[in-house]
Design a protein around this ligand. Structure first.
Ligand SMILES: [Zn+2]
Length: 118
């Protein structure tokens, strides 16, 4: 269950191959761009697989902000999903009080359909 929740909150990346680092047997650099939150990361941006977080204009972010974004790179959470969770507040009833439980009304099928066996 925990793996299912974390996979749902990960970034959804579109990956672009940028260029190859200079030198023999050096890896390619990749641009990872999240389709949900629009955050961008450059992978292999230097020796030993460095990840760089980019701002909206593809400039490297300041150290603290970059560090917090890079921490979400592999497992999330994607910030666009956090906005959805924050917008989902308590349910208000028609008289202005908060509902404590969800009303589970069981609806029966129309009688005509029951008679037909559908
Ligand atoms: Zn994202």
């Amino acid at each position: 269950m925990k793996a299912r929740i974390s996979s749902a909150t990960k970034h959804i990346f579109a990956i672009e191959i940028l260029d190859k680092l200079p030198g023999l047997f050096k890896p390619y650099r990749y641009l990872y761009h999240c389709a949900r939150c629009k955050w961008s990361f450059v992978v292999n941006d230097g020796p030993s697989g460095v990840i760089t977080a980019l701002d909206d204009r593809d400039n490297p972010l300041p150290h603290d902000e970059a560090r917090s974004r890079i921490a979400t790179f592999a497992l999330g959470p994607c910030p666009s999903l956090q906005v959805l969770n924050a917008a989902h507040g308590p349910i208000q009833t028609s008289n202005g009080t908060e509902a404590t439980t969800v009303d589970h009304t069981h609806r029966s099928r129309p009688r005509g359909l029951l008679a037909l066996g559908i």
